[in-house]
Write a protein that binds this ligand. Structure first.
Ligand code: SF4
Length: 93
């Protein structure tokens, strides 16, 4: 585990210590799909810019409950939830 910060003690950055999300450009720029993401995520990780594109609410990332609702709302393969602490991602390969 080279270079990994010990998240169990000491100072840790506020944003995205445990979770990150990757959204494909096509999904990120689709206002209808982005609206769906903002509706389904129970912890408000997705927001919508005035031009309809997605904005990731980074301060909420670590509230992710791994429910996969966003993944199920998006076209297959266009959205991934990354578990930074384990190197795994959802949906599972
Ligand atoms: S897995 Fe659930 S909590 Fe996490 S970003 Fe997706 S919808 Fe939000």
């Amino acid at each position: 585990m080279s270079g990994r910060r010990d998240v169990n003690g000491g100072q840790v950055p506020r944003d995205a210590v445990f979770i990150d999300v990757e959204v494909d450009a096509a999904l990120a720029g689709d206002p209808a799909l982005v609206a769906k993401l903002t509706e389904v995520c129970p912890v408000d990780i997705y927001a919508q810019n005035s031009d309809g594109t997605v904005r990731i609410v980074r301060e909420n990332l670590d509230e992710c409950v791994l429910c996969e609702l966003c993944i199920n709302a998006a076209p297959a393969g266009t959205l991934r939830v990354l578990k930074l602490y384990s190197g795994e991602s959802l949906p599972a390969a």
